[in-house]
Design a protein around this ligand. Sequence first.
Ligand SMILES: [Zn+2]
Length: 278
Amino acid sequence: MQYLVGEFGISFVVVVAFLFGVIIGSFLNVYIYRFHTGKSLMGSSHCLSCGTDLKPYELVPLFSYLALFGRCRTCRSYIPNRYFLVELLTGLLFMGVALTAIDVISMLHTLFIVSVLVVIAVYDIYHMIIPDELVTALLGGVISNQLYLHITGVPMSVFWWNIFAALLGSLFFLVLWRVSKGTWIGFGDVKLIIPLGLSVGYTSMFSMVVLSFWIGAIVGVLVLLIQKVHHQSQPHFKFLPTPLTMKSAVPFAPFLILGYLAILFFDIDVIALLSYAP
Ligand SMILES: [Zn+2]
């Protein structure tokens, strides 16, 4: 496969994509915050604690957070580290997309898709809900990209097979949702898997689902362990708002999205992976 990056030189692409991603990430932060508070996207940015308007040099993505040691210059209250993490994550994702893109149009589509996924993941972690309008936006981006790929030569039958696989994945999640009464996965995941499945296509649908469960299991066990260690050393310190137990409902979207990204960037084939296993 011919990658777009070959035409420009790798270091240039990496730097530009990262910086662009960081800037988009800071807009996503504003969007995430104002989306659930219902505030307008216009207006100046200000400290969430004391309300002081932020100066331009306090709004530089990544840099300002580090320079201010993660605190407001006026009232010294902590700025949620989510702001820094979303900027960094978006920068890294944009870098990955630029490095694996085949052409400019499909790269722009994928940049849009990963941006929406960042918002969905953060939203699901904080609110345990996936807003429908975000899934709709995602579906629009994915269908547009699939139709573009068709114009560049991918047969239309592939598109139909991808739709079939996406619906099959959704049906499987629907069964899990019903059986677990919403504790393993939420109804939002039943919807989210449709655009993601359509995007990875019928050849990678199975791998994406398996990878997301593996990642979820690993993270779940790690959180349980960290919680145990923390609880023993500091009985009054709470690692999560409510302690995680084997029966807890956990936001599944981040794991599904990680499974999707593993396919997008590394094209992992679970069946091939298992056949190598001893
Ligand atoms: Zn403040």
